[in-house]
Design a protein around this ligand. Sequence first.
Ligand code: HEM
Length: 411
Amino acid sequence: MKALTRHDPGSRWEARLVRSAHPVVARVVDAAVSRRGVVRLPGVGVLVADPEVARLVLTDADTFAKNGPGSSGALWTPVLGERVLLNMEGPDHRVLRRSLSDLFSPRAVREVCDAATGPLVSAAASRLKEGKDLDVVRLAREVAAAAIGVVVGLDPDTPPSVLLEASDAIESMVGWRTRTFDDAAVARARAALAVVQDAAESAHAARASDTVMGRLALQGASLDDARSLAAALFLTGTGTVSSAFPRIAGQLADAGLLGTAGAASCDVDDVVAEGLRMTTPSLATLRRCVRPTQLGGVRLGADDRVVVLLWWATRRDGGFEPGRPATGDLRHLCFGAGSHFCLGAPLALAELRMMTAMLLEVASERGLVVTSRSAARRVLVPRYAELTVRVEHPRPAAQVAGSAGAAGAAA
Ligand code: HEM
């Protein structure tokens, strides 16, 4: 296993984003897991930063549950209802997961991307080619919101800010110490989600096979299930994608891969896979220990809280290096593992692929430079507040060479 990396610029920026998002907790956790991959932290739970043990916890749902008292699933139940995957275990979870297996099929993902994200990404490419600054944080937020808007059946004329404000409002209600929502918080969260759930309700009623909610209705999902799932997809799919892309752009810049030669040498799928490993937007996930066991030499009892530190676990493979094969336990670990493995991974990958391909294409023609960036402070999902890029060469290298040749011929 490689050592934790802190010294290359990309790793330093990642550490800065995490510390800016969680100034106290990140330092405490860093110190706790600096020597051991599994450690008990009084008042917090058993921390797991070792990728092998992390995978073991996530794939053993009989011992480590996502529902029940004190779990993250239980936090969301009063807001979202009982049946939203992330608060379910066992046969009910399996049956619901199976019924949703086609929700993000390659075709469904293509439809969502074509309808929602394609035009935004093309407009961003044009903006760059005109020599203007592009804030990739803004782009990623708009793309993520537009995609989720299509998934939940939102009217396409609704401005992305409506969803983004709702997502920010709910994110700001959750911190590391949040174990339950009081009645006022539940009411606030439900109010913020109304825009999503009302859209889902209309799409469910229309029963059209070309919408995600329509397909759910045609599969026999009840209106309550559709409303709840729409809210869950919105909560899980907005902040994660919009955090990931600017961080991948930052990794490319820090690795010197946004110059023309560097960008031309990159394979977009390798960049997205390695970029997701490096950034791991879902910093951590929680489990409740169901029965006495032990992990990496630490003994656990029933109802012990296990904090699977996904971001810390993925640090174990060193700095950003697109194209190197992912090692076994780290493979796709940023999307979790086992029965709760990210349902929206195909959609997330497609959105990230589209934005990354655009960035690499412009960069390989004209080179890109980061003109400014700053870390967001005290947010649940670590992210840049802003990361702006601009082309290095106003015209493509080929065009410059071509016009020089033409000028030479004329002379
Ligand atoms: C880069 C983007 C994303 C990342 C890093 C990510 C990460 C994760 C992780 C780590 C889990 C597992 C949590 C656990 O085991 O406790 C998860 C679950 C989930 N994700 Fe994602 N996610 C992303 C995007 C999305 C998108 C776009 C959607 C949907 C539109 C989505 C929907 C879900 C759902 C519904 C679950 C719960 C699945 C279950 O409990 O069975 N995610 N995600």
